[in-house]
Design a protein around this ligand. Structure first.
Ligand SMILES: C[S@@+](CC[C@H](N)C(=O)[O-])C[C@H]1O[C@@H](n2cnc3c(N)ncnc32)[C@H](O)[C@@H]1O
Length: 1013
């Protein structure tokens, strides 16, 4: 199936002529398919086809499968239930019951209703019990208290005439019930009639919070944060890394089983399962637990897959679960300051957990006690702890108060929710304030409160705001409240204490005041990286139910590229969530939530190998002579000396005024031969170079060699000489310079160390290197020195993908490049004061439309800079055409395209095709591609040996390493090339791993033996 269609929501297994089994997975995220609608009804026999409802269901699977998603149906049911509970709560409070007591009572009621629907209590027993009290209202309260007491401890219930399992946990520990009126009882009975099996925990918490909180109740009908939005952040933060771990373990276990070691395979999977049941996820502002619930559900899906795989290996399912080793709410940790939300989050997680249990296990009861008191959701401030608080009084001795920060009322005119200033809390001074510690966790996720800096005092009070700002002095006071959470999580990620964190934050994350929190983390020497980000996403504010815009960020410790997702289309969806489609950008994600192309990913290309080299490094200025001195030493008279006293160029010779100097180059001669053939030169070097070399003897690793070989340059660059030996000219550029220009130098000229020299003599190559496309690459890939760009040859040249143009393009580019080179040389020769830098300074001004100074005008005249500009413009257009790209691409687009082309070429080279730039030198024997491929792999091996890693020792680690190599090879690779990515990897081992991955469908293999992911 095309990848962009996602996974199918249904899988049907047909035992022809007998039964059809239905399995569904509506998140379509690569999760675990579960029996649909449940373990009781998923098998459709031929006989069942007589029922119209069954036929309708089968039809909908083909025509509109998503209409069967219980979450959609559940959302409606859930809203209905919450509305009734809201009404009931209001009525009880109206009778004078405290909101706290009312909400605790209703929570017990709702869990009891849920229990009778899923089978934790006898079916409909609670509803029947409530109905039986219609005429005996006085009995309701004592009867409910007795029932809950029995549920707490387990045992015989006189009310239900059944033995009950032990529920325990915090919920029924306090069994207080409330006496009900007839109307209230009816509302409760109505609620009990609803189908609680499919209540949607992802939204139930929010609705329940609104229903039970008197100040929130009027928002009950407002929108809620859709599950889809929550899932969007949960996936890259938590699920994706865990699924990657599982894919590696599954593959490793499969290989062990194939090798006959089933015991080890089972042990490996059981070990993963045990670790999965120990993963902890923290939401440090968890509200009623929606992020934690969605996470729990995905952990359960993954657990389901692992259990299935265990069964496939012949292990008994359920052994670990009976031993209490199962994914359950103890792994979902929350911090929350609203006590009612704490209680709701707790119950929401248990409802979600039990729903999953009954969906996958059918009627099997969970282990007792059903509810365990894990204390996983803590009623605690996530930012600060303090020793004491004291009230603040004004000058008249009156207590100072502030708005409670949450209570709102509809605005008289607009009807919009606005702060209700009558809801006030006493202002407090915090004593002994310190940063709060968070419980240990593997992942952190959530939607901490956003309060703009200007509203913090009003919403949180002066005392609290001052306490938080005082505890986090390292943060700018101008940052948003949510950034305190971001900062804390970033510190934990950088310290390696958590694997990843993902937060919803304001969409002003990109603005300076918030960037000042993010930037230091990204730029730190032990850095944080943003792995995944959506800078601007629609959202529904849980409190207000209003449509807002937010950002999502997932970050990880270390230096890594990431994915930036920008929305390309956004349309209202069928339910609460807007439908969005994304454009993905990969590269380093910066603090302003933009992604740059990560050129560091580029690979050196064999096509460009062996051609670029810096010039000679003298280690002795005595080698440099003026032409007059050279004459005195015999140049022009002594035969053969012309090969040893040569023209010499450094960077400023090319870009500013040439010094017109020469250099004594005695490469290839022994000292004695120099003395015999060129005694004057011998004496000059002995006197001008030798003493300095001797004086430095022993100072550095190489200085002894320099002293011994005193008549030779420190770095003679034999390789450069070799590469230039068959050429009449070569291309040179200055390593560190303001304008990136390239020019031909005659082979007789010796370049110095600060020139990067390219052993190509064709004008087409000069043209490509002189184009804007190469300039942008060189600027993006190279470094800088004191603001001047540096041409780092290993990436600027070796990794640069040349175009493969047709001959006419090549000729045109070559012609323009010859004109360019000749034009500059002619003008520079004609005007001794004219410099290349001067000409290009004026060219830059011309392009920017800047006014020219009188000095610029002279340069413009002398250098014929308008002609220079035209030549460059035509060259840029011709080179863009040679790549087959439009001429007006942005710099970013050019970099993206070049990087993609580099990776494509690198893959092509691994598969054996190398587009040599100078085949007669680089590949003189013209070996066929397969042999070339071997040379290629060997050469690349040498070049990259230092950076290569060994194949990890543990089997899952090996699978992870090979999958990671494959993910970087869009064109794939064969066993040899993949093995070649590791230091001394055994080919057979690598092949076995690849074949196992093919067997599992994680990798495919072509007939030619090329593996792709
Ligand atoms: C935006 S809500 C998110 C809740 C939930 N994830 C949702 O989407 O409904 C933020 C939550 O953080 C809680 N909160 C505010 N300040 C807090 C603090 N200092 N420590 C812990 N929780 C806090 C609020 O009570 C609220 O429930």
């Amino acid at each position: 199936m095309p990848a962009d269609e996602g996974r199918p929501p249904f899988l049907l297994v047909v035992d022809v002529g007998h039964v059809i089994e239905l399995y569904s997975e509506f998140s379509r995220t690569g999760g675990h398919y579960t029996p649909y609608p449940d373990t009781r009804g998923y098998r459709v026999s031929l006989e069942d086809l007589r029922q119209e409802s069954v036929r309708d269901r089968l039809r909908a699977i083909w025509t509109d499968p998503l209409s069967l998603d219980p979450a959609r149906v559940s959302a409606r049911i859930t809203r209905g239930i919450a509305n009734r509970l809201g009404k009931l709560a209001q009525s009880l409070e109206h009778d004078g019951h405290e909101p706290e007591l009312t909400s605790a009572f209703l929570m017990r009621c709702l869990f009891t209703m849920f229990s009778e629907d899923v089978g934790l209590l006898p079916h409909r027993s609670f509803t029947t019990l409530l109905e039986s009290f219609r005429d005996n209202l006085d009995y309701v309260q004592p009867a409910l208290e007795q029932l809950w007491q029995t549920m707490n401890l387990g045992g015989l219930s006189l009310q239900l005439r059944q033995k009950l399992i032990r529920f325990n946990g915090g919920l029924f520990h306090d069994n207080t019930a409330i006496a009900l009126s007839r109307d209230q009882l009816e509302l409760l009975i109505e609620s009990a009639h609803a189908d609680w099996t499919n209540v949607e925990p992802a939204i139930f918490g929010t609705l329940l919070e609104r229903a039970l909180e008197p100040t929130e109740r009027h928002k009950l009908g407002a929108h809620y944060t859709p599950r889809e939005y929550v899932e969007r952040l949960v996936m890259p933060t938590i699920v994706q890394p865990l699924r990657e771990d599982w894919a590696n373990v599954e593959a490793a276990a499969t290989q062990l089983e194939d090798a006959g070691d089933t015991t080890k395979a089972v042990a490996m999977v059981e070990d993963f399962l045990t670790r999965l049941t120990q993963i902890r996820v923290l939401d440090p502002a968890c509200g009623s637990g929606n992020f934690l619930y969605v996470t729990l559900e995905h952990l359960k899906r993954l657990e389901g897959e692992v259990l299935e795989s265990l069964a496939g290996f012949g292990a008994t399912q359920g052994r670990l679960e009976t031993e209490g080793i199962t994914v359950d709410p103890h792994q979902l940790l929350g911090l929350e300051i609203n006590p009612r939300a704490v209680a709701i989050a707790d119950i929401v997680l248990w409802i979600g957990y039990l729903q999953w249990h009954f969906r996958t296990h059918g009627n099997v009861l969970p282990p007792e006690p059903v509810l365990k008191n894990f204390h996983n959701i803590q009623h605690k401030d996530a930012l600060i702890e303090w020793d004491d608080v004291e009230p603040v009084f004004d000058a008249d001795g009156e207590p100072v108060t502030h708005w409670d920060g949450r209570t709102t009322k509809p605005h008289q005119a607009t009807g919009k929710e606005v702060p209700d200033e009558t809801a006030r809390l006493p202002e407090q001074r915090y004593i002994g304030v310190r940063k709060a510690d968070w419980p240990e966790a593997d992942f952190i996720i959530g939607n901490p409160p956003f309060i703009g800096t200007s509203r913090m005092r009003a919403a949180l009070g002066d005392g609290y705001t001052a306490a938080v700002r005082g505890a986090y002095k390292e943060l700018p006071e101008s940052c948003d409240f949510v950034m305190y959470w971001w900062h804390k999580a970033a510190e934990l990620a950088r310290a390696g204490a958590i694997r990843r964190f993902g937060f919803i934050a304001t969409n002003s994350l990109r603005q300076t005041f918030n960037r000042r929190v993010i930037e230091p983390h990204l730029a730190h020497k032990k850095p944080l990286s943003i792995l995944w980000a959506v800078p601007d996403h629609p959202w529904v504010d849980a409190g207000e139910g209003a449509a807002v815009r937010i950002s999502m960020t997932v970050a990880v410790g270390g230096d890594q590229p990431g994915i930036l997702k920008t929305i390309s289309h956004e349309t209202p969806g069928n339910d609460e969530a807007r439908q969005v489609t994304f454009i993905d950008w990969s590269g380093k994600v910066h603090a302003n939530l933009s992604a740059g192309v990560d050129i560091d990913q580029a690979k050196p290309l064999l096509a460009n190998a062996e051609l670029s080299c810096p010039g000679v490094k003298l280690h002795g200025s005595g080698f440099i002579v003026t032409p007059e001195r050279a004459q005195k030493l015999g140049l022009g008279e002594t035969p053969g000396l012309e090969d040893h006293i040569r023209e010499y160029r450094n960077g400023s010779d090319l870009t500013r005024s040439p010094r017109g100097v020469m250099v004594i180059d005695l490469f290839g001669l022994e000292a004695e031969e120099v003395r015999r053939r060129f005694p004057a030169v011998y004496q000059h070097v002995k006197e001008e170079v030798y003493p300095e070399r001797e004086a430095k003897r022993g100072r550095t690793k190489d200085s002894n060699k320099y002293a011994d070989d005193w008549w030779l340059f420190g770095k003679v660059r034999g390789h450069l000489r070799d590469s230039l030996s068959d050429l009449k000219r070569y291309i040179a550029t200055v390593e560190t310079t303001k304008h990136r220009t390239f020019q031909f130098l005659d082979r007789s000229i010796l370049p110095d160390n600060r020139l990067v020299n390219i052993a190509l003599d064709d004008a087409f190559s000069l043209g490509v290197l002189s184009s804007r496309i190469h300039e942008i690459w060189a600027l993006g890939a190279g470094g800088t020195l004191e603001d001047r760009p540096v041409y780092t040859k290993s990436i600027c040249f070796d990794a640069f993908p040349f175009p493969s143009p047709i001959d006419t393009d090549k000729a045109r580019i070559g012609d323009l490049a010859e004109q360019l080179d000749a034009h500059r040389k002619t003008q520079l020769a004609a005007y001794p004061k004219l410099t290349l830098t001067g000409m290009y300074n004026v060219l830059v001004k011309l392009r920017a439309g800047e006014k020219l100074t009188p000095k610029d005008k002279t340069i413009h005249e002398q250098g014929l800079v308008a002609v220079l500009k035209e030549l460059h413009d035509e060259l840029d257009a011709a080179v863009a055409e040679a790549y087959g790209w439009p001429a007006d691409l942005s710099d970013e687009q050019i970099l993206e395209k070049l990087l993609a082309l580099n990776l494509e070429r690198a893959a092509e080279e691994r598969a054996g095709t190398i587009r040599w730039l100078r085949p007669e030198y680089q590949n003189p024997d013209g070996k066929d591609p397969s042999t070339q491929a071997e040379i290629a792999v060997a050469a690349q091996d040498d070049a990259q040996k230092a950076s290569k890693q060994r194949l990890p020792a543990d089997l899952p680690g090996r699978f992870a390493a090979i999958r990671s190599v494959l993910s970087e090879l869009p064109e794939g690779g064969n066993t040899d090339s993949i093995a070649g990515q590791f230091k001394s990897a055994n080919r057979k081992t690598v092949n076995e791993i690849l074949e196992t991955l093919v067997g599992l469908g994680q990798v495919s293999c072509s007939e030619a033996g090329v593996y792709t992911q």
